[in-house]
Design a protein around this ligand. Structure first.
Ligand SMILES: Cc1cc2nc3c(=O)[nH]c(=O)nc-3n(C[C@H](O)[C@H](O)[C@H](O)COP(=O)(O)OP(=O)(O)OC[C@H]3O[C@@H](n4cnc5c(N)ncnc54)[C@H](O)[C@@H]3O)c2cc1C
Length: 394
């Protein structure tokens, strides 16, 4: 196996490094503030102009318009991770690829550019009370009345609904069809009359989740993606992108580098934590896992370049990546000792309190987008060929 890059790609890597060196001070700072919507809009615009964000999104949809090149994307992600810089985005990572694949021309033109520029936020209206892992059993109903769908029902755990202008939602439009074939995928504004968003208080004091109630909410019928009854297929396109994104190995590498810095800075008994054998041992174990995820990412990349299905290596990304991120945040919290239990608003917070925030968030991400147990079922059945678990058909 030859892991060297050709001259063309080495030259490209140098260009990326040069860009980072020149523009690094314009990047949004770390810490929790950087997670808030809108914080990095100018940075995103700069990255799009230079082809380091929304790189292969066509120009007419607000992107840079380069030919897709998996290796160049990989180099950009790698160099931004090494520099511990926030990478650019290609718009909402769940919705934009779905619209590019399955949306109408009008939907692409209306929704992709503002999402790519970071001007509009989207939330995901999938889960319902009683329909989480068994998502296909969802019961929020949409009935066609003239030119509108009229929606009644409830969603739950809708992240960011209070801050989002739009939602992509799964609703049941064909109540008599088998459960997977009776669902449609709708785009709707969150200020639609009849839609009531109620934030839920979490144990970390935030309210990032919401309950969303629909009472005769009318949504124009052309805001459907795909055909009526094809929503399960469309949703799976979205979930595929979401899961890959949630376990991103470049993000894990960037996080690992920040832990190394933290260990060098923090002291225990008059010496740097980096000198402490117990913490070093934990760090090295995590480094081994981080590198195995990075090499797994390279395996997926080379399968994609060859047009092959990456199989098992793709399925393990969300499961392994989210657990690894959580363990890394746990190590950082321990490194900080008593400062690790501080949360918002303390002058003694390290790195803007991002580690404590990630520690709590990552625990949730092991569940969100499909729980660890469901990921293991998928790996067992689809990648390892084990017998399917018994299912109760509706
Ligand atoms: C951080 C976070 C963000 C989220 N954001 C959103 C969002 O924006 N939009 C949205 O629609 N939803 C969101 N969710 C909801 C998420 O998709 C669901 O929590 C998830 O699908 C699990 O569903 P549930 O909570 O109903 O648990 P359940 O499905 O009731 O599962 C309960 C437990 O049983 C286990 N289990 C269930 N079925 C099986 C099985 N067949 N085999 C083995 N074990 C099983 C599960 O693994 C879990 O441990 C979010 C959740 C979290 C934690």
């Amino acid at each position: 196996m030859d892991l060297r890059y050709s001259e063309e790609y080495e030259t490209f890597r140098q260009e990326v490094r040069e860009f980072i060196k020149t523009h690094k001070d314009q990047a949004p700072s770390g810490g929790r503030g950087a997670q808030k919507p809108g914080a990095g809009r100018k940075w995103q615009q700069l990255l799009i102009e230079h082809g380091y964000a929304a790189r292969s999104i066509p120009k007419e949809y607000g992107g840079y318009g380069a030919e897709p090149d998996i290796l160049k994307n990989h180099i950009i992600a790698e160099e931004f991770a090494i520099a511990k810089l926030r990478p650019g985005s290609s718009g909402d990572p769940r919705l934009v690829p779905t619209l590019l694949e399955l949306g109408t021309e009008e939907q692409k033109k209306q929704h992709i550019p503002p999402s790519v520029r970071g001007e509009v936020s989207w939330c995901q209206g999938y889960s319902e009370p009683g329909s989480g892992s068994d998502l296909a059993s969802l019961s929020t109903k949409a009935v066609l009345d003239g030119d509108d769908f009229v929606i009644n029902g409830q969603k739950i755990w809708t992240s960011g609904a209070m801050q989002s202008e739009w939602m992509f939602a799964l609703v049941r439009t064909e109540p008599d069809a088998p459960k997977h074939q009776g669902i449609s995928y709708l785009l709707l504004r969150t200020d639609t009359p009849g839609l009531d968003i109620r934030p839920m208080k979490q144990m970390n004091g935030d309210s990032s989740f919401n309950e969303v109630f629909f009472t005769d909410a009318r949504v124009p019928k052309d805001q459907i993606v795909g055909k009526r009854g094809d929503g399960w297929f469309v949703a799976n396109a979205t979930l595929k992108h979401e899961r890959g994104n949630l376990g991103d190995p470049n993000a894990a590498e960037s996080r690992f580098r920040s832990i190394v810095d933290l260990m060098k800075k923090e002291q225990l008994g008059g010496a740097s934590i980096m000198e402490h054998p117990v913490y070093r041992d934990r760090l090295l174990k995590l480094q081994a896992r981080m590198l195995s995820m990075k090499f797994n990412g390279m395996r997926i990349m080379s399968s994609s370049i060859k047009g092959e299905d990456p199989g098992l290596s793709r399925w393990i990304v969300k499961l392994q990546g989210c657990e690894l991120n959580h363990q890394m945040a746990g190590l950082a919290v321990d490194i900080m000792g008593e400062l690790g239990i501080l949360y918002d608003g303390s002058a003694y917070l390290r790195d803007g309190g991002i580690w404590q925030y990630w520690y709590m968030l990552d625990l949730g991400l092991i569940i969100g987008g499909g729980t660890a147990q469901i990921q293991k079922n998928i790996i067992g059945e689809r990648a390892l060929g084990l017998p399917k678990e018994p299912k109760q058909e509706a």
